[in-house]
Design a protein around this ligand. Structure first.
Ligand code: F6R
Length: 608
């Protein structure tokens, strides 16, 4: 969703804000803007469209000042026009507000302000916050504390006031805000990628809190205005990891980072010496382990696909019945909760609104809460009792890649940990630990595949308007993920299906030359899958397959085989997804799309 940056310090604020927004643009890119407090009050610059439009305006209309805020927008209320871009200001133009989230009492507040004769300049809910702050008296922090109870919904807000040129005030309920503690300067941002290059000392703002940020100090207040003490944390990410590092796109860089990301995730959770899982690291209390009878996995999008794979792994290794839910459905479906249940929120960002709400619901119902998450200190991280960090490092490309494969690894480790805790460990565990340690090499092998094969695959997919992705068993979620990747960045329609279901409908789509992408590595159901592929071939489909190079039976059916090495069946999803990521990437590049910032999408979905 929207990206936010605020700065107060000694440097000119415009370059700091633009630099921060460039690093945040992956969160939303419909429009952008900034407010700077200069000698003559607040000056605002806004532009519809991508950040480069704002950069051009800033070049032609320079602003000077050392305090300010910036915003890159993913539209919720109002079209992505300049008038609806943030910052929004109060009636007198003295208070500027940037906001990520949605005010649920938007209509009531808007009516109230209009009835009071306030002239509104935009369709946004954000302007309402600015107007409410403008109608209060006192310093900005006092105004914020009085307006807070009037706001319903989810918001992360950063605001400045011309009469207080050395202060930035931030508050949140839902979407995240992090404060970066610098030397002689402090920053506020919607996520750490915007500030990592200036400081690694951060304080996360909690829901309901207000931060009063000045160049030399940061005060945290609770919603009643009482002081809150929270020491800064030091981030272990370094700034170089949010650069493209010579790659054309972040997505490609992140695909190629997968061997290291997997290696780091495996190392973080496995004790190689004892070839065992570090159970303690998961933080599951022993008494809860004894009571554990069921598992629910909740997530959205790509993370939901990793849960679908996780179900196979968890049930196979722990014997615990495991259900998978879209977080957006779980939170409203009245699931059967209880203290015999482990609920795992799987989320790259740790900030996805639906996943957090599903987790909160589960905790309120007595379940033990765990998270598999890529961002230490994020909301899901702080919500959960048991935590597994995926060590993917910052993921900037909107289409998730390395977060997905490390989630698969983390869920496997979680399954091994639970298996061990339940006294089930045997030789299979040792074998899986060895295989997990070998996995980065297998992914490296996939990444070395002859480019010519991908060129052929790209040609086939980019000339079609629709395609079908098929898989069976533990590989069927990989078919879903492959189709999602293609849809997201190439805007071509693709449907993922369990191959056995194909005859019950989707086969009607198949005509001459219709592309069918099959995830056909060697599992117990490969023969069944091959039968399904024969059926689509008989109707003229062009079959592309992911399979081991020695699988002659697949090569006989497929027009093209994207090869992957043999790994343990439970780990095949990790290697099998990589060719599908590369295929989607190549098709999107071929079609000339903006791979890292696809149409209508945003990296972190912090509203429902
Ligand atoms: C797809 C993608 C999204 C996310 C989803 C959940 O490539 O990135 O589908 O997986 O929005 O996000 P997280 O994992 O941050 O909860």
């Amino acid at each position: 969703m929207c990206g936010i940056i605020g700065y107060v310090g000694a440097d000119q604020v415009v370059p700091v804000v633009l630099d921060g927004l460039r690093r945040l643009e992956y969160r939303g890119y419909d429009s952008a803007g900034m407010a700077v407090i200069g000698d003559d009050g607040i000056r605002i610059l806004r532009a519809a469209g991508k950040l480069r439009n704002l950069e051009q305006r800033a070049y032609h209309e320079p602003l000077y000042g050392t305090t300010g805020v910036g915003h890159t927008r993913w539209a919720t209320h109002g079209a992505p026009t300049e008038a609806n871009a943030h910052p929004q200001v109060d009636g007198r133009g003295e208070i500027a507000v940037v906001h990520n989230g949605i005010l649920e009492n938007y209509a009531a507040l808007r009516r109230e302000l209009l009835d009071d004769g306030v002239e509104l300049a935009s369709d946004t809910d954000t302007e309402l916050i600015a107007q409410l702050l403008g109608r209060e008296t006192g310093c900005l922090a006092e105004r914020v504390l009085r307006v807070l109870p009037r706001l319903q919904g989810q918001y992360a807000v950063v605001t400045v006031r011309s009469a207080e040129p050395d202060t930035v005030v931030a508050f949140r309920q839902g979407p995240p805000l992090v404060i970066g503690i610098g030397r002689g300067e402090n920053l506020v941002a919607s996520d750490v990628t915007a500030i990592l290059h200036r400081t690694r000392e951060v304080v996360y703002l909690d829901n309901g809190e207000v931060a009063v940020v000045r160049a030399d100090r940061v005060e945290l207040l609770d919603a009643a205005g009482g002081p809150v003490e929270r020491p800064p944390e030091t981030l272990d990410w370094d700034a170089g990891r949010v650069e493209k590092g010579g790659y054309r796109h972040f997505m490609l860089k992140e695909i190629f980072e997968q061997p290291d990301a997997i290696r780091n995730t495996v190392r973080a959770h496995l004790d190689a010496e004892r070839s065992g899982v570090i159970v303690d690291g998961l933080g599951i209390p022993a008494d809860r382990l004894d009571r554990l009878r069921r598992i629910h996995l909740v997530a959205c999008g790509t993370s939901w696909h990793s849960c679908l794979v996780g179900k196979f792994i968890l049930e196979r290794l722990t014997g615990l019945p495991t259900e998978v839910d879209y977080a957006s459905e779980y939170r409203y479906r009245e699931p059967l909760l209880g203290d015999d249940l482990l609920v795992v929120g799987v989320t790259q960002s740790g900030e996805t609104a639906d996943t957090l709400s599903a987790m909160e619901l589960a905790a309120a119902g007595g379940a033990l809460l765990a998270t598999v998450c890529n961002v230490r200190g994020s909301s899901s991280w702080r919500l959960a009792t048991a935590r597994m960090l995926t060590q993917a490092g910052p993921e900037i490309g909107v289409a998730s890649t390395k977060a997905f494969t490390t989630q698969l690894v983390a869920l496997t480790v979680l399954a091994l940990a639970l298996r061990r805790a339940r006294g089930l460990a045997d030789r299979l565990d040792e074998q899986l630990v060895r295989e997990l340690q070998r996995l980065p090499l297998a992914v490296e092998e996939v990444l070395r595949t002859d480019r010519a094969l991908y060129r052929r695959g790209t040609e086939i997919l980019s000339e079609a308007t629709d395609s079908l992705y098929l898989g069976r068993g533990i590989l069927y979620p990989i078919a879903l993920e492959g189709a999602l990747k293609l849809k997201e960045i190439s805007y071509l329609h693709a449907e993922g299906y369990p191959a056995g279901e194909m005859k019950h409908g989707p086969i009607a789509l198949v005509t001459d030359g219709f592309p069918v992408v099959a995830v056909a590595t060697a599992t117990a159901t490969r023969d069944k899958l091959l039968g399904n592929l024969m059926e689509v071939r008989a109707r003229g489909a062009t079959v592309l397959a992911v399979a081991e190079p020695e699988a002659d039976d697949v090569a006989e059916i497929a027009e093209l085989v994207l090869p992957v090495p043999t790994v343990h069946p439970l780990l095949q999803p990790v290697v099998a997804v990589v060719p599908l990521q590369l295929l989607a990437y190549n098709v999107a590049v071929e079609l000339g799309h903006d791979v890292d910032q696809p149409r209508n999408l945003a990296k972190s979905v912090t509203v429902e």
